[in-house]
Design a binder for this molecule. Structure first.
Ligand code: ZN
Length: 77
């Protein structure tokens, strides 16, 4: 079983088991993709939560795969 991040533990305190399970499932579908090497990882695996959100925001991040700082697209699988 994966360790929860600080953010995930914090949110878990305030929501029901059912809601938290739904948040986890949805956060695993949201994927951040590197525009340089196309490396993908889920928001959940990064310790984040994305729930009942829409749109495809972009984040300026360092990619763990190619170590380049560039724009990452967030999209739902
Ligand atoms: Zn990359």
């Amino acid at each position: 079983m994966n360790e929860l991040s600080g953010t995930q533990k914090f949110i878990k305190i305030f929501v029901s088991e059912t809601t938290f399970a739904a948040m986890e499932a949805e956060s695993k579908l949201w994927t951040m993709k590197c525009s340089n090497c196309s490396h993908e990882r889920s928001i959940w695996s990064m310790g984040g939560i994305r729930y009942k959100a829409a749109g495809n925001p972009r984040m300026y991040r360092t990619c763990p795969n190619c170590s380049q700082r560039n724009w990452h697209t967030i999209y739902k699988k």
